[in-house]
Design a protein around this ligand. Structure first.
Ligand SMILES: [Zn+2]
Ligand SMILES: [Zn+2]
Length: 329
């Protein structure tokens, strides 16, 4: 399926801030996708073969640059009910990235710049959201240390408390299901607000890449990540409820974490891939809020210049003190 501008015939793209399809050529707007069907494995506009489109739901034809939706990737096991549409454009996303990296020294000058906005690639990433039933109990030891002086004597009081924290509930564990996405970087983008989820509509897709899942939702790898996610979530929540002590430690934990069901959803990320030397640095940006996660390269010339400057300052300082010393003599 192909989204076409009814005015000029260009490929429409979804505008996250207008929440409409917008023609990048004539700026016409549309509420719904206008469909032009395609024949198998060819671009419906120019007839070019679709290459390397196995893992893609959306595909930008490298010849005519039209966004094509491969509707067969949305059927059967790939059927998707919910999507979290992008709510911010590239300009705002680049602003969030600038803020996030504001205090990082020695970055290359062009790592963050308005010219780089076009390099932010919007990607709908497949996530399996597992409902993990959690039931059990943590026991903590809480310590309170108080000390006070009376006369010349210092007294210390050391109280030890046993704290029980039973728990029971369901943890929602979102696990990204694309091998192309770095799990550690994407996990740091959480939380996504599930209130931003919408009923799936293909109008959200043109202008963004969309990948299908790489492994089955029943794969041991994804299930283990969901259990680990739930385990950390429970532990963080319980630990956050044990307050007012000078020290706490876990004395015992017992319980069960069981996956009940999962949902297939899509979440929006801007992916920024920056090549520096022989290495590639990736930054991911949440497409609905200001969370940013990634690694910045260090410009070695800037780093060297900084230390040369510091050494020069140190030498100047040393010379000054030698001069002062000489004057005093
Ligand atoms: Zn147009
Ligand atoms: Zn084409």
């Amino acid at each position: 399926m192909l989204s076409k501008c009814s005015n000029c015939g260009s490929s429409m793209e979804y505008d996250p801030e207008k929440k409409k399809l917008v023609c990048p050529n004539c700026k016409s707007e549309a509420e719904e996708i206008v469909v032009k069907d395609r024949t198998e494995n060819t671009c419906p506009e120019c007839g070019a073969p679709l290459e390397n489109a196995d893992k893609r739901v959306t595909y930008r034809c490298p010849y005519c640059h039209n966004w094509i939706i491969l509707e067969n990737k949305l059927e059967g096991p790939y059927s998707v009910k919910k999507i979290m549409p992008f709510t911010m454009g590239r300009k705002k996303a680049m602003g969030n990235m600038k803020t996030a990296f504001d205090n990082i020294p020695f970055m290359p000058n062009d790592f963050i710049s308005s010219e780089r906005e076009k390099d932010l690639k919007g990607v709908y990433v497949p996530f399996f959201v597992y409902d993990v039933e959690a039931k059990g109990e943590y026991k903590y030891t809480g310590e309170m240390l108080n000390s006070w002086d009376t006369g010349n004597t210092t007294y210390t009081k050391h109280d030890v408390y046993d704290i029980d924290r039973p728990y029971s509930g369901v943890v929602s564990a979102p696990i990204d299901a694309s091998d192309e996405i770095n799990d550690d970087i994407v996990d740091a983008l959480a939380p996504f607000d599930n209130g931003d989820m919408e009923e799936f509509d293909p109008k959200y897709l043109p202008g963004f890449e969309m990948h299908i899942f790489d492994k089955d939702p029943d794969s041991e790898e994804y299930k283990k990540r969901a259990i680990d996610w739930a385990d950390v979530t429970v532990q963080d929540a319980l630990e956050g409820s044990v307050t007012g002590f000078t020290g706490i430690g876990i004395s015992s934990k017992q319980g069960d974490l069981n996956i009940k069901e999962h949902a297939y959803t899509y979440r929006p990320l801007y992916v920024y891939d920056y090549k520096y030397g022989k290495k590639s640095y990736q930054v991911y940006l949440n497409g609905t809020n200001d969370r940013v996660s990634g690694i910045a390269p260090i410009d070695k010339k800037k780093l060297t210049a900084h230390y040369i400057f510091e050494i020069v300052c140190a030498i100047i300082g040393a010379v000054s003190s030698v001069q002062i010393f000489a004057l005093l003599i």
